[in-house]
Ligand binder design. Structure first.
Ligand code: NAP
Length: 492
């Protein structure tokens, strides 16, 4: 490596942090440490271990482009397999040695041209560059339901599954009907005694089948190195055409087709007209994040499954009381109530130039230029940051493109072209205004409540196509950045 040596801190060893470490090392950034608060890699796949967890993107698409995996067992891989994959890639690519586990970053402060990094346990570090790969769906959202603390049995969030609690034969309540709840219900209904699903809003369900990969296919993937990259390309093209580009154009025929498929699934596969009515959404498919499941309707029609659509009044010692006065007796409550999606870097205290705090800048809502850089926070880059393509594409593709983009900015720092780089406030404002305007055409604003919407009702997501995202990430527009030269003055 030539040029100015840079020390880089990456925060988080989930999918994005591991990818960043691998790509930085490949680019010759060897002075690198990854701080991970957990005890192993995998991020969301380490934390979410609920029964039935799987990725609802095809496994060969939800795979690093640089580490194909011939061994995926199913079309949609189970969570434990995905976690094992990230662990294996980190080990094989020898970035495990760059990771410090049990290391939670508490403060980042920009002082004297470097980031001063403080960990919760008091350890300190300094870095020229910080890459935050802290995840999006990371901080559980707990519902504000009266009496939750009065329940006599166990209560836990879907992302904090307590495997010491026996569910066989138990009366289980699941709150929520998002992707997590649907996977949980399908997986446990055959084991529990009674299952009560507390639904506030019905979901459209896309019935994609999850096939087992044959031994023959795995053998072919192992022996022919061209097959998996080609398959990944095909899956990506199909996903973009059939989903990603449709959700950003609510009037597209593909958006309509998605809804037709979901509606046909409901009308055909749910036999009781009364249950069908209660399961039928009154908003457009994919307005909320589309739920994928081949067997949820089978599960909810079992004799021991009860769909509860009366609003929850309160929780009592013995169960959940609904607005019609009924008490639903339970032994266990699972809160599949989603995540606080506006956190990103936080709760880390981040202090940029002149004492500017991320918490203040993000007072109303988080934002970053192209999701990657925050004005006045030099040499701090985010992977899967605010308002990115969180619901549109494979987050792995998104992370890889963003990391390559960040590496180009880091080349400027390493080459001595500049000492500090951060998005210009005017550029961040311009892109944000364009984004808000484009969001008006998306499916996410067609009349539903969802975690995509910010406090203004604007989707906190990338409202354009994948092609546009690739174009924008291909090369930074330097005029959109504030560059400070070595020694102090502005470059442009
Ligand atoms: P979610 O989609 O945010 O769903 C939360 C559910 O909890 C909703 O049904 C919501 O109802 C309900 N809820 C929240 N507060 C409530 C309250 N006080 N009373 C009653 N119901 C309440 O959460 P999630 O299912 O964990 O999924 C989050 C995201 O994670 C997904 O959208 C997806 O992006 C990702 N995920 C992906 C996979 C995968 O296979 N790749 C699997 C799981 C999750 P309302 O709809 O009425 O708000």
């Amino acid at each position: 490596m030539t040029g100015r040596p840079l020390r880089t801190v990456i925060i988080g060893a989930g999918m994005a942090g591991v990818a960043a470490a691998i790509k930085l090392r490949e680019a010759g950034h060897d002075d690198l440490v990854v701080y991970e608060k957990g005890d192993s890699v995998g991020g969301t796949w380490r934390e979410n271990t609920y029964p039935g967890i799987a990725c609802d993107l095809p496994a060969h698409l939800y795979t690093y482009s640089f580490a194909p995996n011939p061994e995926w067992s199913h079309t949609f891989a189970p969570g434990a397999e995905i976690r094992a994959y990230f662990e294996r890639v980190a080990r094989d690519r020898r970035v495990e040695r760059n990771i410090v586990f049990g290391a939670e970053v508490s403060t980042l402060e920009w002082a004297d041209g470097r980031w001063h990094v403080e960990l919760l346990d008091g350890r300190c570090d300094k870095a020229d560059v910080v890459i935050a790969a802290t995840g999006v769906l990371h901080h559980p959202a707990y519902p504000d339901i009266d009496g939750l603390g009065d329940f006599e049995g166990p209560v836990f969030h879907s992302a904090r599954w307590d495997h010491t609690v026996a569910i066989d034969g138990a009366r289980v309540g699941v709150v929520g009907t998002g992707s997590s709840a649907v996977q949980i219900v399908s997986a446990i209904v055959g084991r529990v005694g009674e299952l009560h699903l507390f639904q506030r809003t019905p979901q459209w369900i896309m019935p994609l089948q999850n096939s087992v990969t044959s031994d023959d296919d795995k053998a072919r993937y192992r022996t022919d190195p061209e097959l998996l990259p080609k398959l990944r390309e095909e899956l990506s093209a199909s996903f973009v055409e059939n989903f990603a580009n449709a959700v950003v154009d609510a009037d597209s025929p593909t958006a309509k087709l998605m809804e037709d498929l979901c509606r046909a699934h409901l009308e055909t596969d749910v036999t009781d007209p009364e249950l069908r009515k209660r399961l039928r959404p009154t908003y457009r498919a994919a307005c909320k994040r589309l739920v994928v499941s081949p067997d949820f309707y089978v599960a909810i029609q079992r004799p021991n499954a009860h769909l509860v659509t009366e609003p929850i009044e309160r929780v009592e010692a013995g169960g959940v009381r609904t607005a019609d006065g009924s008490l639903h007796g339970l032994d266990l409550i699972v809160l599949a109530t989603g995540f606080r999606v506006d956190r990103f870097l936080r709760p880390i205290e981040v202090i940029g130039r002149a004492g500017t705090r991320v918490d203040d800048v993000w007072g109303r809502r988080p934002s970053a230029y192209l999701s990657v850089s925050i004005p006045e926070f030099p040499n701090l880059f985010l992977v899967n940051g605010p308002n990115g393509p969180v619901g549109n594409f494979s987050l792995i593709d998104v992370a890889e493109l963003q990391i390559d983009y960040i590496l180009q900015l880091m080349s400027l720092l390493r080459g001595g072209g500049c000492a500090e780089i951060s998005a210009a406030a005017s550029a961040a404002e311009r892109v944000e205004a364009e984004r808000v305007e484009a969001a008006k055409r998306t499916i996410w604003v067609t009349g539903c409540r969802s975690w995509y919407l910010d406090d203004r009702g604007v989707p906190a997501a990338w409202p354009w196509t994948m092609e546009r995202f690739r174009e924008v990430m291909a090369a930074p527009v330097l005029a959109d950045f504030d560059l400070v030269e070595l020694g102090g003055g502005p470059l442009i």
